[in-house]
Design a protein around this ligand. Structure first.
Ligand SMILES: Cc1cc2nc3c(=O)[nH]c(=O)nc-3n(C[C@H](O)[C@H](O)[C@H](O)COP(=O)(O)OP(=O)(O)OC[C@H]3O[C@@H](n4cnc5c(N)ncnc54)[C@H](O)[C@@H]3O)c2cc1C
Ligand code: SF4
Length: 339
């Protein structure tokens, strides 16, 4: 780890001014990702700016439009167990609790979750070429061990996936990210927040220099009656998703009025395909229709030597998760899924 200074910031403006003047001044929130990256020499900082003393961005606020705003500094644990999240947005609670461990969720913040970096093994190993870490150096995963890598939206420069669980639910819910920077405050639709690697895989998202995330807004509709989050991974706990699916359905007498399906573990950003959701509208909620929607979602999927299995796995996961969403009680520990 390189030498660095440490300072505490008391306001959003203070953070913006410190990060804008020097790109090597980095924010620390829970520290569960940035400290690892510094220890592995993947990233370095001149100054770590601790944003924990900032007031007003660690709570949930109910909005006049019926939605809520979740503070960026609120921990993943406090968010998942908050009564409003459990009742109105259970899909978010479930996705957060599928991630990491209780200890990590107690430290990890919501802003940090959106900005965590990929878990590609080569990204963390500074002795190997990696375009995301050192642009132009090559991609070791392309012909290396790529079991956990992308099947959708990858480029010839990078096949990494974005590893968050929480963000898969936020994508399905249609969240909005609240941001502050030198030009004031702005919002970004969740679908526009993370980006695909294209030929600049070193850039994970559309946050600009010096900007800080202050909150995440959720619309009123939380799909609390028919929802499910399914995470498939190599170990049953404390492991990142090979494939995950967040589903929210609005049903009327077994007919789908609105569908939301987002995938995790398959791309550089949470993967949502509007055409598949439109296809399901006004159709019967059954495995055949969910399988047809899965085919639309996975159109163009391409695997590599060690991860082609993910295409079939994703298809089955989508169908199974949509069926589980018909009966959220089936998600209780020990309960059998409906398919
Ligand atoms: C062993 C392990 C297992 C894990 N398993 C999972 C898992 O299964 N699923 C999952 O989803 N996650 C998992 N995680 C990741 C974990 O959820 C993230 O590390 C965590 O959410 C990051 O939050 P943090 O507050 O600790 O971020 P930090 O480490 O403090 O910061 C991360 C990045 O975000 C920036 N940052 C933080 N807050 C802000 C802000 N408000 N505005 C702008 N920039 C900001 C920092 O500068 C840094 O670049 C795991 C982590 C570990 C260590
Ligand atoms: S997949 Fe991306 S992060 Fe992994 S080695 Fe290739 S360029 Fe680096």
């Amino acid at each position: 780890m390189n030498n660095f200074s440490y300072t505490k910031a008391n306001s959003v403006d203070e953070v913006v001014s410190l990060t804008h003047t020097n790109e090597n001044n980095k924010i620390i929130a829970g520290g569960t990702n940035i400290i690892d990256l510094m220890k592995y020499f993947v990233t370095e900082a001149d100054t770590l700016i601790d944003i924990n003393p900032i007031d007003g961005i660690a709570e949930i606020t109910e909005l006049d439009n019926g939605g809520i705003r979740i503070g960026a500094l609120m921990t993943n644990a406090d968010t998942a167990y908050h009564p409003i999240i459990e009742e109105k947005y259970p899909i978010l609670s479930k996705a957060i609790l599928a991630g990491a461990s209780a200890q990590i969720r107690n430290m990890a913040t919501n802003g940090g979750n959106l900005l965590q970096r990929t878990r590609c093994y080569y990204f963390y190993d500074i002795n190997t070429p990696c375009n995301k870490r050192v642009p132009g150096s090559g991609c070791s995963a392309m012909k290396g061990y790529n079991r956990i890598h992308a099947i959708l939206g990858h480029s010839e420069n990078c096949i990494a996936v974005f590893p968050s669980d929480m963000c898969v639910a936020l994508a399905a819910l249609g969240a909005v990210v609240h941001i502050s920077g030198t030009d004031g405050d702005r919002t970004l639709k969740f679908s526009d927040f993370h980006r695909l690697p294209e030929d600049t895989p070193e850039i994970d998202n559309n946050l600009k220099k010096g900007e800080i995330i202050t909150g995440i807004e959720l619309p009123e509709k939380g799909f609390s009656k028919n929802y499910s989050y399914l995470k498939l991974r190599d170990r049953s706990s404390y492991s990142f998703a090979l494939v995950s699916v967040a589903t929210g359905l609005e049903l009327e007498n077994g007919i789908i009025k609105e569908a939301r399906i987002a995938l995790g573990g398959v791309s550089h950003k949470p993967w949502r395909v509007k055409e598949a959701e439109d296809f399901l509208t006004d159709k019967e909620a059954n495995p055949e229709n969910f399988a047809a929607a899965a085919d639309i979602i996975l159109e163009g999927a391409v695997g590599f030597e060690h991860n082609s299995f993910k295409i079939n796995l994703a298809k089955k996961a989508i169908v199974r998760n949509c069926m589980m969403a018909l009966d959220p009680a089936s998600q209780r520990p020990g309960a059998k899924p409906s398919l």
